[in-house]
Design a binder for this molecule. Structure first.
Ligand SMILES: Cc1cc2nc3c(=O)[nH]c(=O)nc-3n(C[C@H](O)[C@H](O)[C@H](O)COP(=O)(O)O)c2cc1C
Length: 199
């Protein structure tokens, strides 16, 4: 399983704030989109939009899904450090979640069920994307979407990878107030230290 600490009886304050924002924006699919920055192979920041897929079991790890063949996987395998940035426009709250990414592929025995469960929850259209030609490769010929092939709902296609972001620092900015309120939460083992800082 994950080497993340399990949730103690009381979740860290940032998690409570994030759960509240997620609940209050549940009807808006766009509230599940976050920006995930990794360290590019060329040293530049590498940033893209991903869908938040929930938390891993009883931890604070954020789950994401991606294609094994995408650039981000090469980047993460070289450097697990990342930062997710997530703005809830309806709640005027920004979360910046720094941590390390774990890649969960088909060979991962301990976490394999997490991957299978997430695959089952995908829409058919989303599953088909993993049968598309390799992302990032030059497009040759006519675009294909491979909708005419049958894809199992139960068995993930090999390129379907799950990412688990284990947070170590969460910076929460609330712009509902004047001046704005900003709190940095830093993990120290099983506990979190929260510091109010200037916005
Ligand atoms: C609204 C939206 C949601 C997206 N969700 C995902 C996602 O959940 N997983 C993913 O791998 N890519 C997702 N993408 C595509 C990525 O932003 C990105 O283009 C792709 O993963 C390739 O990134 P890379 O070359 O940096 O690996 C999404 C794009 C948009 C616009």
């Amino acid at each position: 399983m994950s080497n993340s600490p399990s949730l103690p009886s009381a979740p860290p304050p940032w998690r409570t704030a994030l759960d509240l924002a997620l609940n209050e924006t549940a009807s808006d699919p766009a509230s599940r989109f976050l920006s995930l920055a990794t360290i590019g192979l060329d040293g530049y920041p590498s940033n893209r939009t991903l869908v938040f897929r929930g938390f891993l079991d009883d931890t604070n790890d954020l789950l994401l899904a991606t294609d094994a063949r995408s650039q981000k996987i090469s980047e993460i395998l070289r450097n697990q450090n990342c930062e997710a940035c997530w703005y809830f426009a309806a709640r005027r709250l920004q979360f910046r979640v720094r941590g390390k990414l774990q890649v969960i592929d088909g060979s991962n025995r301990a976490m394999g069920q997490v991957r299978i469960d997430m695959w089952r929850e995908l829409s058919e259209a989303a599953r088909h994307q993993f049968a598309w030609p390799a992302p990032g490769a030059e497009r040759t010929g006519k675009p294909t979407t491979a909708t005419n092939i049958t894809i199992s709902e139960l068995t993930p296609l090999p390129p379907f990878f799950v990412l688990a972001l284990q947070p170590s620092r969460v910076d929460v900015l609330n712009i509902n107030f004047e001046p704005h309120r900003r709190v940095v939460h830093e993990r120290a083992g099983e506990t979190w230290k929260s510091t109010h800082i200037n916005p």
